[in-house]
Design a protein around this ligand. Structure first.
Ligand code: PHE
Ligand code: NA
Length: 500
């Protein structure tokens, strides 16, 4: 592929990488994870995980993408023909995520709209499940399209695919250059306002109070590594794909540090904002903070509307800002997920970008409609749990084992990165990737198997989990081998000017 697209500027690439990393996980996952795992003391294992796994993996994936100049399947196929399936497996995982991630972005869009007259009323919990999502009584029922989700979903796909059609520079880069700074500014306004609410100080105290005993527990360290892997979107095709569009000369290592620290900075900011707001709400309701701490959908779509209800002034405005932030954070991540398979299909079958966006985006958009039915919430919950536990984590593990131990490529990749980066990689990088990362990911995989075989996730029926959970996770691996068995378009596998 001679005319592979390129980022217009280094800042453009870094913004896109940060845009991918900064997502819902920063806003609704990190604050609760930190709070539940030692509060202020959590920062020690967290920083450790960032430096021994997060950033080393980012450097690895930036280097792979830059050196082999391909989507994940093409990159791994060029590394070693036998590794192509890993690239497709990662792409399949991204594809699965791309079917439900836009649903949450669609909810955020709806809620930005609802903010304008606080439509969720006095009881946002029953509004979400009842009036808005019309959740079916049992998992596995996909009847009843919910128009309130379906129409914003269409809009999200329209925006996303519109950006994808325009290509890497004019589409993805331009979108991130606008959306990421906007997100940061809007979010800062919310945080500053939250800090000045009554009770904010108590909230921050609860968040930062270190519980040093906690960090002796392995559970806390695993939580730290888990958050870092999840939050940086490493291990599944995204960063490899984005870095395949880098120009020849670029500081890979430095880019990785900037991306990693920016993502963590945003998490810290979110932790501060969320806990200041939670402190305010606990005070309004006269309950202790630990009773209002939530994460995920419950935090964003139930607790936040409650907080907005209690706001002293400009409720609508701050509600709108908050959901606009979720929308922007989600959209920039969604774009990066979709790019993995758009690029994969394009590389393998030698089709135009337009075709690839139409096919890949089209299929994903069609599947995503399943989640806009009354059974969508259960499906989303199950698929998300299983694709994270048995997709992302294991694919990341296989990636480091294949690169570090089977292909023994770390030294070679280190030379590649060092030749163009100011900061030199050394023993720290190799030990992190060949020993620490595989150990932690291996341990997490075993734990995930134990938890999910001991009892059914969320108590869902086995028949449901067989397809919505295990089935989806296995299908992603199978898809890897199926796509590997198809033939490459002419000349695709030759590495363009390998100069080392
Ligand atoms: N890493 C993002 C976050 O922290 C989420 C994400 C998931 C991004 C999947 C891309 C792909 O929320
Ligand atoms: Na993140």
């Amino acid at each position: 592929m001679e005319n592979r697209p390129q980022w217009g500027t280094r800042t453009g690439f870094v913004l896109a990488a940060i845009g991918s990393a900064v997502g819902l996980g920063n806003i609704w996952r990190f604050p609760a994870v930190a709070y539940e795992n030692g509060g202020g003391a959590f920062f020690l294992p967290y920083l450790f995980a960032l430096l021994t796994a997060g950033i080393p993996l980012l450097v690895l994936e930036f280097t792979l993408g830059h050196k082999y100049k391909g989507s994940s399947p093409l990159t791994f196929a060029r590394l070693n023909k036998k590794f192509e399936w890993l690239g497709w497996w990662q792409v399949a995982i991204s594809f699965v995520i791309s079917t439900y991630y836009p649903i949450i972005v669609a909810w955020a869009l709806s809620y930005a709209w609802f903010s304008l007259n606080l439509s969720w009323g006095k009881d946002p919990g029953s509004f979400l499940m009842g009036e808005y999502l019309k959740v079916a009584p049992n998992p596995g029922e996909f009847i009843g399209l919910v128009p309130g989700v379906f129409f914003p979903l269409l809009l999200i796909w329209g925006i996303t695919l519109g950006i994808m059609f325009k290509g890497v520079k004019k589409g993805i880069e331009a979108a991130n250059k606008f959306m990421l700074p906007t997100l940061v500014i809007l979010f800062l306004i919310i945080v500053v306002r939250a800090l000045s609410l009554d009770g904010a100080a108590e909230g921050l105290n609860a968040f930062f109070k270190p519980d040093w005993k906690e960090i002796a527990s392995p559970k806390v360290w695993i939580a730290a590594y888990g958050q870092i892997f999840f939050s940086l979107s490493v291990g599944f095709a995204i960063m490899v794909t984005y870095s395949s569009y880098l120009p020849k000369k670029t500081d890979l290592t430095n880019n990785a540090f900037i991306t990693g620290f920016a993502n963590s900075g945003f998490e810290l900011l979110a932790g501060i904002g969320v806990f200041a707001a939670l402190g305010f709400m606990a005070q309004q309701q006269g309950v202790p903070i630990n009773e209002v701490v939530k994460s995920g959908i419950g935090l964003a779509f139930v607790v936040f509307p409650q907080i907005i209800n209690e706001f002293p002034a400009f409720n609508q405005f701050f509600g709108f800002l908050f959901f606009a932030c979720l929308f922007l954070a989600g959209l920039t991540s969604l774009i990066s997920i979709v790019e993995t398979f758009v690029a994969g299909v394009q590389d393998k079958f030698n089709v135009s970008r337009t075709k690839s966006v139409m096919i890949g985006g089209g299929v994903s958009a069609l599947v995503s409609i399943l989640y806009a039915t009354r059974g969508g919430l259960y499906l989303l919950d199950a698929v998300d749990n299983f694709i994270n536990s048995f997709g992302i984590v294991i694919a990341g593990l296989v990636e480091v084992v294949l690169v570090a131990w089977v292909a023994k490529k770390l030294t070679n990749l280190q030379d590649h990165a060092n030749a163009i980066s100011d900061m030199r990689l050394g023993g720290w990088w190799k030990i992190s990737l060949s020993i620490i990362t595989p150990l932690v990911l291996g341990y997490m995989t075993v734990q995930n198997f134990i938890t999910n075989t001991k009892e059914n996730y969320e108590g869902y029926p086995t028949s449901f989990l067989l397809y919505a959970g295990w089935g989806v996770a296995i299908a992603a691996v199978v898809a890897g081998f199926v796509f590997m068995s198809l033939r490459w378009g002419k000349d695709s596998l030759n590495v363009p000017d390998e100069k080392e």
